[in-house]
Design a protein around this ligand. Structure first.
Ligand SMILES: NC(=O)c1ccc[n+]([C@@H]2O[C@H](COP(=O)([O-])OP(=O)(O)OC[C@H]3O[C@@H](n4cnc5c(N)ncnc54)[C@H](OP(=O)(O)O)[C@@H]3O)[C@@H](O)[C@H]2O)c1
Length: 293
């Protein structure tokens, strides 16, 4: 097996690089500007040179608010990019992994017997943002074109890069009091758990669509409280509503995903979100003074 990673300097790309190295799986990592998923000619050149058997596409435009004002760019990177990779994967018999998002759903949740239940892989999608639309189009291209594909939808991702955990820690170092949204619920997910799931899957031929998020759910407010509790930071945090914290792209109120397909295969090794967060914060502390995660 030889893996080619795109977006290798992003949060997930960095974690995958580390785990592939630890597991002694042959891989090469590429990112912008050398490997631009929208430039098909150039990527064919690189793929012809590297001859991977698996491509893991971590390249994406992930700025959800930015996508609202950059529709063309979002569609180029998040939809045409995966389409380019899917065509190459089909033509060269390469396995393709595409990473997707909870934003493909409408974010209202699904009511069953009066309670909201998590989305499963077979629930209908209905994106409400440009980012969600572009990622849904990427999923469609990959599933229709690449014969051997894995699509993993994840959410609330944090790892080596910019993310909510670091934003909270940064804000807490500058302000005596914070306000955090309480009426949006999801599943904080560590890149450590997601990368491990991807590496497990590529060693099988169980191609298809998967949800991959840490277990359990919480609001951004609960998430922030847990970050501060585990970090030993004493700060006043006030819950606010989405209406009090309006963003250019509407955020899903309920976007919990159930890892149903992985459970069926008995391959769901995602940990409870608090456990993965505790490990992440410990790592952050142990490297403080060195490079920050
Ligand atoms: N972060 C989340 O909360 C979240 C939630 C759900 C799903 N996801 C999905 O998970 C995946 C990984 O996310 P992440 O958090 O690791 O993202 P990230 O940290 O933003 O990394 C994305 C990487 O893609 C690169 N990239 C941008 N444009 C590209 C292009 N045209 N061709 C190739 N690479 C390009 C970026 O490079 P530059 O930095 O130079 O632009 C960056 O290195 C993405 O597919 C994302 O949609 C993320």
């Amino acid at each position: 097996m030889k893996v080619l990673l795109t977006g290798s300097n992003g949060q997930l790309g960095r974690e995958l690089s580390q785990q592939l190295e630890t597991k002694k799986i042959n891989f090469v990592g590429y990112d912008m500007p050398e490997f631009d998923v929208t430039n098909k000619e150039k990527i064919i050149e690189i793929i012809n040179k590297e001859k991977p058997t698996v491509i893991i596409n971590c390249g994406a435009l992930t700025n959800v608010d930015g996508c609202e004002t950059q529709r063309e760019l979002a569609m180029a990177i998040n939809a045409t990019g995966p389409q380019n990779l899917a065509e190459i994967a089909r033509d060269q018999d390469i396995v393709l992994v595409q990473v997707s998002t909870d934003y493909v759903f409408d974010g209202a949740g699904i009511l069953e017997n009066g309670v909201l239940r998590p989305y499963v892989e077979t629930d209908p999608i209905d994106p409400r943002t440009v980012y969600g639309e572009s990622k849904a189009a990427g999923e469609k291209a990959v599933s229709e074109i690449a014969p051997k594909y894995f699509i993993l939808r994840t959410a609330w991702l944090y790892g080596d890069g910019n993310n909510f955990v670091k934003t909270m820690l940064d804000l807490a170092s500058k302000h005596p009091k914070l306000t955090v949204v309480e009426d949006q619920v999801g599943s904080p997910t560590s890149t450590v758990d997601l990368a491990a799931a991807i590496i497990d899957l590529i060693q099988t031929d169980h191609y298809g669509l998967y949800h991959g998020t840490c277990e359990g759910q919480c609001s951004w407010y609960d998430f922030a409280l847990e970050i501060f509790k585990l970090s030993g930071i004493d700060i006043k945090v006030e819950p606010v509503t989405s209406e009090q914290f309006v963003r250019p792209a509407p955020r899903p109120k309920y976007s919990v995903l159930e890892n149903k397909a992985l459970n069926i295969l008995k391959m769901n090794h995602f940990r409870p979100w608090r456990d993965s967060l505790a490990e992440y914060l410990e790592k952050l502390q142990s490297v403080s003074g060195k490079r920050q995660l």
